[in-house]
Ligand binder design. Sequence first.
Ligand code: UTP
Length: 277
Amino acid sequence: MINKCLFPAAGYGTRFLPATKATPKEMLPVLTKPLIQYGVEEALEAGISTMAIVTGRGKRAIEDHFDISYELEHQIKGTSKEPLLDEIRSLINQCTFSYTRQTEMKGLGHAILTGETLIGKESFAVVLADDLCTPAGYTEGILSQMVAIYEKYQCSIIAIEEVSPENTDKYGIIAGHLIDNTDDIYRVTDMVEKPSPQEAPTNLAIIGRYILTPDIFDILRMTQPGKGGEIQLTDALLEQAKQRKVIAYRFKGTRFDCGSVNGFVEATNYFFKKGEK
Ligand code: UTP
C-alpha cells in the first residue's frame, strides 16, 4: 500500500518569472485550478490521502489553498458562487496535508531528502506538480497505474515517456531491458541527467511521477552534487538500480510540461477544449 505522496514544491520556477516572483509556480492555474490541486486529485484517485509538501520561502499560498478560508466562505455562503469551492472543500475533507521547508534549494534529490521527516520508513509516491498528467482516454490516472505496478514489483517505479531525440537534454534519460511487453515495463540499467542527444542512451525520458522505496533516503544522504551542482534524484536512483531494482514504466495517458510556457499553454488549451470550466 502507498499511503503518502510527497510534493517537492520549493523550486524557484525561474522559467515563469516575473509571475513566480511572489507566487509559487505550483499555484499557477490551468483554467481555474492551480497545478498542485491537479496533483493532489491524481494522488487521491490513486488511493493516497496523506499529502506531504516540501515548500520554501514565498510558498505560503500553497498552505492557504489547502485550508478553509472562513471569511471567503462566509461571504459567498448561499450565493450562486458557493459551488465554486465544492471541489477544493471536498479535497480538504478527504486529505491531510503536512509541510516542511527546504531552506536551501539544492536540487530535487535534496528536496526529497528534506521530505523524509514527513514520510518516515515507508514507500511513497512523488508528484512534481509542474508535470500535469491526465489519463486522456484511459480509465486510470498515472499514479494509480504506478501503484498497481509497485504492488507487483515492490521496488522504486519511475514514469517515463518517449521524447524526440533533440530534447533529451531537458530530462533524465534511462536505459533498460524490457521485462514486460504488454505493460511497457523496463528494468533500469542506466540513467543520465539531461544528456546531449549524442550522449543519450535512449529517448526514454523520466517525468515527474515516482514511487520510491524508503532506502532512497540513505542513498540520497550519500549522493554528491551532480549536474548543475544540485543533488540529483537521478544519481540516487541509478545507485538504487545497481543495489537492487528500479523499474521504469511507460505510462498510459498524456503529460504536459507546465514548467515551460509552451507546455502550460498546451495544457490550458487541452483542458479548455475538454470543457473543464
Ligand atoms: P525544476 O527543475 O522544474 O526547477 O524542478 P524549478 O525551480 O521548479 O523551475 P525553473 O527550472 O527554475 O523554471 C523540478 C521540481 O523539483 C522541485 C521544484 O519545485 C519542481 O517541482 N525542486 C527543485 C525543489 O523542490 N527544490 C529544489 O531545490 C529544486
